[in-house]
Design a protein around this ligand. Sequence first.
Ligand code: NDP
Length: 257
Amino acid sequence: MGNFRNLVAIVTGGARGIGAATALKLAKGGAKVAIFDRNTETAEETLAKIKDAGSEGIALEVDVTNRQQIEKEMETVVDQWGKIDILVNNAGILKDSMIDNLSEEDWEQVIDVNLKGSFLCAQAAQKYMKKQNYGKIVMVSSQAAVGSLGRVNYSSAKAGVQGMTKALSMELGPFGINVNAVAPGFIDTDMSEVSRISAKMRGIDDFDEFKKSFIKNNPIQRVGRPEDVANVITFLASDEAEYVTGQVIYVSGRPVI
Ligand code: NDP
């Protein structure tokens, strides 16, 4: 599945977790992959795996809230590899808090990285994609878009990402660009460790019990793996999904309404 030979992909937040699994899967399909991350050192392991897979990868220091950095490093990618075919807007953060204690700063940071970052990267990438009349943009939303306790900021950002996906798909479809989103549920990454730390604040006293009960109540009977999400992202980034746009696919082992 997914022949990405001769294609160039950018994965934001690709140094770790879901982004790293996606970068590797794209590379295994033959894509050249640029990882845009705040910390390029953490991308080294993924870059080594990309090399082992016989493809090319680079890690570029980009904070997705910074328009200048995004534009500069997209130019670096185009200078090096000639084009941008695939953008995966994966970078995201959590700053959980119940509403009484949710600071304006934590509201802004979460909206900035998850929502504004997706907008800035999509805006910059689509300029290149339009010129070649080809592109795939995949956003990473979250099951939290339908509401998650202690996550007013994050739920708002991830619901916004879904709205952005649908609006952008209408604008960019005529230019050969598909825009879709995945919305993961509970996926085992460093971010789920952040959830562990913030669990008490969200009224969850015993995170391990919470995880056990989550597994028991999940139809697939396990938490998700980064590869579960990467599989769907790479499908949406492939030509096999050519007639799919403006869609949100939940990758959560359960139905989400
Ligand atoms: P991780 O925390 O494991 O990795 C996130 C990556 O994004 C890190 O490399 C991080 O860099 C990078 N990043 C954070 N902020 C920025 C920024 N401003 N600019 C560039 N890079 C940045 O997260 P996951 O892999 O778990 O999550 C990936 C995406 O999936 C996120 O959008 C998240 O919201 C979403 N998601 C995750 C779920 C889960 O259960 N794990 C569930 C639903 C959605 P650094 O090392 O500097 O922090």
